[in-house]
Design a protein around this ligand. Structure first.
Ligand code: GLU
Length: 523
């Protein structure tokens, strides 16, 4: 198997000949995609689009023990909601199909065997119990056990066993794994586009398992074989993979693929809002913001984790927020569409240090995207909420309500909290407001004002404003003496948009009805 050759499919060969950028997002389907993962996908997408390259979705499911049903579908739905598109992938096929590692399973074994034959890997027969006892022994001596240059000779593997014993083990079908054999004294250089040059001494590294006894490759082997056979040019991924990069670099060397080794770019972590440590699901729960793009229901516990989509964020806002967490355009510009991001993205301006999540800023972004929508679009966004509330209203009316509320909310669902009175007349009145603002003379004043409003030839905000102003002047009272009780009557409390706008939109009949009811209930 020494001369194992892989023939690239024609289309892939063409891309490679043309020097096209090819990147992949390679999640493991172990649960819902964290927003850190979404950011990784986004940066890959921006990089691919900017270079006219290909973006690939590959599912890395070699660790069957961690497989979670629904996770792959979730990943695809989340990225599609955000507008992060692909050119090839598990959900759409392409020249390197299949794109799910479990479907590529038969491909990997020859590569693992090739490394054994070329002396870059070896069979290891140690049982889990034997390894565990080594670990315990090391712990007792205050050290940590590692399968490496120093220890491998004393362990149970094809390097330490005599040829006849080895033969016997293999023939009797003793289970084994295949481990990478790090050279004794080589300096390994990882030339990272973000971190710069990272150097590691090979003898310090763990002889990682490449191929498991169950016939499955590990992440490391499958990842390298796939990146190579898929013609990947740039590996853009989270910083948590940086410690694996020296092994990956060595694997390219071992396979003789150094010439086409992808460039690496390890992205900084997304940090907890208060600073240290990786942003976790628990931080989100604790501080009231989602760490997942879409709501997720755990298939086993049934526990629900909130999502940006269900919390009312616009996908464009989420993209904008994530793009700026760890990268900046080099200008003061904050609001950036996907097109803007594609045009100005660059790996050079990704920071080395972690990026902190800022909830207030996230809300601000959503507010900006909300403001960019027309009233008619906002009415469409509000429609599902009105349906749940069983409210029926004309599209024009809903659009006008949105026009009055848009400046006051960060999320469309807040429009209901702030403006349900547009659709349902107040059933109760804010007690505190009534106590302070509904004076003994109020009913008489409001009754007079009612007549003024009833007599108005037209009922525009300006008509209402002028009529109230004239009434206040002739009655020689302050504006507040009628405006606040009128507001209480119309909205149920002392909140809401400008009163003349509210009154005009409700319409004269409704205003008079609400006034009558308040006078009746409050006296
Ligand atoms: N499957 C790995 C993950 O879940 C991918 C790491 C990589 O991009 O190489 O993050």
């Amino acid at each position: 198997m020494g001369g194992f050759l892989y023939f690239y499919p024609f289309k892939l060969q063409e891309c490679m000949d043309q020097g096209k950028v090819r990147v992949r997002f390679a999640p493991s389907p172990t649960g819902p995609l964290h927003i850190g993962g979404v950011r990784t996908a986004l940066y890959n997408y921006l990089f691919a689009r900017q270079h006219g390259g290909a973006m690939i979705l590959r599912i890395e499911d070699t660790d069957q023990g961690r497989f979670v049903p629904g996770a792959e579908e979730y990943i695809i739905e989340a990225l599609s909601w955000l507008g992060i598109g692909f050119d090839e992938g598990v959900h759409m096929g392409g020249p390197c199909a299949p794109y799910r590692q479990s479907d590529r399973k038969p491909m990997y074994e020859p590569y693992a065997r090739q490394l054994v034959e070329t002396g870059w890997a070896y069979y290891a027969f140690d049982t889990p119990q034997e390894l565990e006892s080594r670990r315990k022994d090391a712990e007792q001596n205050g050290s940590t056990f590692q399968y490496d240059v120093r220890t491998r000779d004393g362990l149970n593997n094809s390097l330490s066993l005599s040829p006849s014993l080895l033969q016997e083990r293999l023939e009797s079908g003793t289970p084994y794994v295949i481990r990478f054999k790090f050279p004794d004294d080589t300096e390994i250089l990882v030339d990272d586009l973000i971190r710069g040059e990272v150097r590691v001494q090979s003898h310090l590294l763990d002889d990682k398992v490449l191929f498991k006894s169950d016939g499955m490759p590990t992440y490391h082997l499958a990842n390298i074989v796939d990146d190579h056979t898929m013609g990947i040019t740039h590996v853009i991924r989270g910083e948590e993979w940086l410690p694996s990069a020296p092994l990956h670099v060595m694997l390219y060397k071992a396979f003789g693929w150094e010439d086409t080794m992808p460039r690496f770019a390890h992205l900084p972590l997304l940090l907890k809002p208060e600073g240290n440590g990786k942003l976790s699901k628990r931080d989100g729960d604790r501080l009231g913001f989602p760490v997942f793009p879409l709501q997720w229901k755990d298939p086993v516990s049934g526990e629900i984790s909130s999502g940006y989509r269900e919390s009312g964020y616009y996908p464009e806002a989420v993209v904008n927020i994530l793009a700026l967490m760890g990268w900046n355009p080099g200008t003061d510009q904050e609001l950036m569409s996907m097109e803007d991001l594609i045009a100005s993205f660059s790996l050079d301006r990704i920071s080395k240090s972690g990026a902190r999540f800022d909830l207030e800023k996230a809300k601000w972004f959503n507010h900006q995207y909300l403001l960019a929508r027309t009233d008619v679009q906002l009415a469409g966004d509000l429609a599902p909420i009105l349906r749940v509330k069983q409210v029926e209203a004309s599209p024009d009316f809903v659009a006008s309500v949105c026009g009055l509320l848009r400046g006051r909310v960060n999320f469309v669902h807040e429009m209901w909290a702030q403006g349900s009175f547009f659709f349902i007349a107040p059933q109760e009145y804010d007690e505190q407001a009534v106590r302070k603002r509904w004076k003994p003379e109020t009913p008489a004043l409001l009754s007079q004002l009612r007549e003024v409003l009833e007599a108005l030839p037209t009922f525009t905000p300006l008509d209402i404003h002028e009529a109230v102003a004239a009434f206040v002047a002739s009655a020689q009272i302050g504006m507040g003496a009628v405006m606040i009780p009128l507001r209480i009557a119309l909205v149920g409390g002392t909140f809401g948009p400008d009163l003349q706008d509210v009154a005009s939109l409700l319409g004269r009949d409704e205003v008079l009805r609400r006034l009558d009811r308040a006078l009746q209930v409050l006296g």
